[in-house]
Design a protein around this ligand. Structure first.
Ligand code: HEM
Length: 392
């Protein structure tokens, strides 16, 4: 049982729709820093990005003197220019608008600090809007970033997070993407506040923010994704089917270029969130702390006895002890397959090893198919609310 986590942050019982939830089950709804984090946002207006990172590339332009490069100037003359002053009123931003799909190109180099502001705005909303699901939009934000990225096909170079094509039918209506509108809508006010960021960068940044705010490892991130139109939607069937086995996992994630160890590390994301009968048809959370990232998914896989749940829904597993947790057939495949099993054991024993590998593999996932102009060493290490609180 996930006693360590349960003891750490029991905050609110969740009488959700889980048919089997016993009255004694309490899920961790919020990290224990809930109130502290809220106070933090009330008291502080600005944070720095991590000192591990290079200094911002360009001086911040002032309200009166916007520095316009040669390309932007040409676009201005062509009439394709507009000036946007962010709602915070702190940074004047310059866009060159192109096309009808909400693309912005040619932004005069936002700094790392500008991206930290976007991170902060998402984090603030995450802490404020705590009446969703188990108390956080974090899990569904991570799922949005993963489903945007996980359409990648290494052989053709198609799909991936570049494009944010899930804005459009048919991709937004693919069965696997059911429920992700909640995450897209959650991020919309942030897009309105920082209109210069592309949806595709924003969605992935949302995933990074979710992991870090749910006490996971730092996920280094860099911008460079451009929004693309409906023609770039990927065909249905590229995301995994939870009713399948290890061969399917290898086929789907192998197509993206992941090895066995990476597939297991990625699956540790199921420490977070839950299944919804009105989305996937499956039901329930994987762990007792669905809004805090831990290695409990791996521990529970090994330490619990898992049997088929008897119910009218799709075939899924249930734990013998509390009958309130679930595993998908693809989750159980990780302990049926001897090679996957080796990594499950490793991560169950060592949370730090899981965090290190998770950070690396999620960084890789989020960058699949993105034609970056920047280098890997330019990645930004965002400061989380917890880091910022600790520094105060
Ligand atoms: C074999 C691979 C995978 C399968 C079959 C799978 C399947 C699913 C299913 C069926 C759900 C429930 C959706 C719902 O009903 O709302 C879910 C939720 C989730 N998945 Fe996965 N998934 C896989 C891999 C991943 C990966 C690689 C990540 C991230 C790195 C991830 C992150 C999540 C999260 C955070 C949730 C919770 C969403 C929420 O609470 O709304 N999954 N997954």
């Amino acid at each position: 049982m996930a006693t360590a986590t349960a003891a750490r942050t029991l905050s609110r019982a969740i009488p959700r729709s889980t048919a089997s939830a016993t009255p004694s089950l309490r899920l961790v709804a919020r990290p224990s820093r809930d109130n502290a984090a809220k106070r933090f946002f009330q008291n502080s207006s600005r944070r720095q990005y991590s000192s591990e990172n290079p200094t911002p590339q360009t001086p911040k332009s002032s309200n009166t003197g916007v520095i316009v490069g040669a390309t932007a100037a040409a676009a201005l003359l062509a009439g394709g220019f507009y000036y946007y002053n962010s709602q915070g009123g702190e940074i004047p931003e310059v866009h060159i608008k192109k096309g009808s799909a909400g693309e912005t190109v040619g932004l005069l180099t936002p700094t790392n600090e500008d991206y930290q502001k976007v991170y902060d705005a998402i984090a603030k909303l995450l802490w404020e809007k705590d009446d969703y699901d188990d108390g956080s939009y974090g899990p569904v934000l991570l799922r949005l970033a993963w489903h945007a990225s996980g359409t990648y096909d290494a052989a053709t170079g198609t799909g991936g997070s570049n494009g944010a094509t899930m804005r459009f039918a048919p991709e937004r209506d693919h069965g696997a993407n059911s429920g992700l509108k909640a995450a897209r809508d959650f991020l919309e006010p942030v897009k309105q506040q920082f209109q210069w960021i592309s949806y595709s960068d924003l969605w992935v940044l949302g995933g990074v923010c979710a992991v870090q705010e749910m006490q996971g490892p730092t996920i280094p991130w860099r911008p460079g994704r451009k929004d693309r139109d409906v023609a770039f939607c990927t065909p249905d069937g590229r995301l995994p089917d939870a009713s399948k086995d290890q061969n399917h996992i290898r086929a789907i994630f192998g197509r993206m270029g992941f090895n066995d160890q990476e597939m297991v590390a990625l699956s540790g994301a199921h420490a977070l969130g839950r299944c919804h009968t009105d989305r996937s048809g499956f039901d329930g959370p994987w762990t007792f702390s669905p809004t805090v990232l831990t290695n409990d998914y791996f521990r529970l896989l090994l330490e619990e006895k898992w049997g088929w749940r008897s119910w009218n829904g799709p075939k899924q597993y249930q734990d013998a002890s509390s009958k309130s947790l679930m595993m998908l057939p693809t989750d159980i495949a990780l302990i049926k397959d001897p090679i996957f099993m080796k990594y499950v054991q490793q991560y169950a024993k060592d949370n730090q090893a899981f965090f290190n590998d998770f950070s690396n593999v999620v960084t890789k996932l989020f960058e699949l198919g993105v034609p970056f102009e920047s280098k890997p060493e330019d990645r930004i290490h965002f400061k989380s609310t917890h880091d910022a609180e600790a520094a105060h």
